[in-house]
Design a binder for this molecule. Structure first.
Ligand SMILES: Cc1cc2nc3c(=O)[nH]c(=O)nc-3n(C[C@H](O)[C@H](O)[C@H](O)COP(=O)(O)O)c2cc1C
Length: 359
């Protein structure tokens, strides 16, 4: 194995912020919250993580649900807070608040393709409006001392690969890193990510370029870095309820041996830990123990478990017995209920696939 002091894929710097491992956890709405990030960091060891996107307009109107998304924990650094919006001044104010809340980096979303975001002129809609996009970048760079980064898609639709021109303008305006999700906005998640776009964008900027789209395995990560010349890879969907996917990629990029595969106990313990951290996060407190003693615990518990309903089944996906408890997991609303379901799952699994008897 390679000497860890001389890893095959070294880190990079985002302005003054060192990223020692060139693996980045993607911003993902309703996924990359504080609870999941703490798990992703401990198990997956990415070099950098981003929050889910935070609406500048919601912050402007003081929405408490959105303010919660700005919480940063010391254990998760370096952390980028991603913001979205279409108004340079409101974006600048939100960036300032993100910096005050402890962001190491402020990232601007120019990749979100969903209509509710684009119809406000935010997210990927900015790919069609380079002048406003540049004004937002300038305003945000001016507003904060921490480095500013941007995440883009290749363009709005196949008719124009807009990213190279935008990248040059944004670098000129002072951004310190660019991420490309190698699809066009109109594609949503359809088709395969076209990594050649990352390769082609490489020539447009000298700042770190992060490649993103369809990286699931260490082999994908190595291939993306080798084929495109990007400085790091960003992983999203493969890491949902699966921080071990990050751990495998992280080890490979550092030239370390592959970590042990998670046992089923690891998976269910992590699912439970995720639920406990989510309860703490929903309560706005540092630990589950503190949240448990709060007077509104029952409501917090329901909110937290509901928010995880889509993710909990994925922790055990593909295991014998998993399909029999999937329905119950997707309706779960309390921690004891989760623990009972996971116990039932372990019994079903044992019946379906009993350990061989010792001779
Ligand atoms: C559930 C979900 C939520 C997402 N939310 C965001 C977001 O808030 N901000 C953003 O820039 N991209 C968001 N994305 C896009 C991802 O950051 C990433 O670009 C995309 O999933 C491609 O990477 P992957 O193939 O590794 O998943 C989201 C993706 C998913 C699946």
């Amino acid at each position: 194995m390679t000497n860890p002091d001389n890893p095959p894929f070294p880190g990079f710097k985002v302005g003054s912020v060192p990223v020692t491992i060139p693996l980045v956890l993607a911003p993902m709405e309703d996924v990359s919250n504080l609870a999941f990030r703490l798990i992703a960091k401990r198990i997956g060891q990415p070099g950098l993580m981003f929050t889910e996107f935070v609406s500048a307009m919601a912050i402007h109107y003081n929405a408490s649900k959105t303010l919660k998304k700005l919480r940063v924990h010391q254990d998760e650094r370096p952390l980028g807070i991603q913001i979205f919006g279409a108004d340079p001044e409101i974006m600048a104010n939100t960036a300032k608040l993100a910096e005050e809340m402890g962001a190491d980096i402020v990232d601007i979303n120019m990749g979100c393709w969903v209509p509710k975001v684009c119809k406000t002129g935010s997210g990927a809609a900015l790919l069609k409006d380079p002048d406003t996009a540049e004004k937002i970048v300038q305003a945000v760079v001016k507003a904060v001392k921490v480095p500013v980064t941007v995440k883009v898609r290749a363009g709005w639709d196949y008719s124009l690969f807009a990213a190279p021109e935008l990248a040059k303008r944004f670098q000129g305006a002072g951004i310190q890193m660019l991420t490309l999700h190698a699809r066009f906005a109109k594609q949503g998640f359809e088709g395969e990510a076209d990594w050649k776009l990352i390769h082609d964008l490489r020539k447009s900027v000298t700042i770190p370029l992060i490649g993103n789209g369809d990286v699931k395995t260490p082999e994908d990560a190595v291939r993306m870095m080798s084929e495109t010349g990007c400085d790091g890879v960003m992983v999203g969907r493969a890491a949902i309820s699966n921080p071990w996917a990050l751990a495998r990629i992280s080890a490979r990029l550092r030239g370390l041996e592959a970590p042990a595969e998670p046992t089923i106990q690891d998976r269910i313990q992590t699912a439970t830990e995720h639920a406990r951290l989510m309860i703490a996060y929903e309560a706005g407190l540092d630990s589950f123990e503190e949240a448990k003693d709060a007077h509104d615990y029952p409501q917090t518990e329901i909110r937290a478990l509901r928010a995880l309903r889509g993710q909990l089944p994925l922790y055990i996906k593909g295991e014998p017995g998993a399909s029999q408890v999937r329905g119950r997991l997707s309706r779960v609303s309390s921690l004891p209920e989760l623990e009972t379901i996971l116990q039932d799952f372990m019994e079903l699994r044992q019946k379906a696939d009993p350990e061989p008897c010792p001779a």
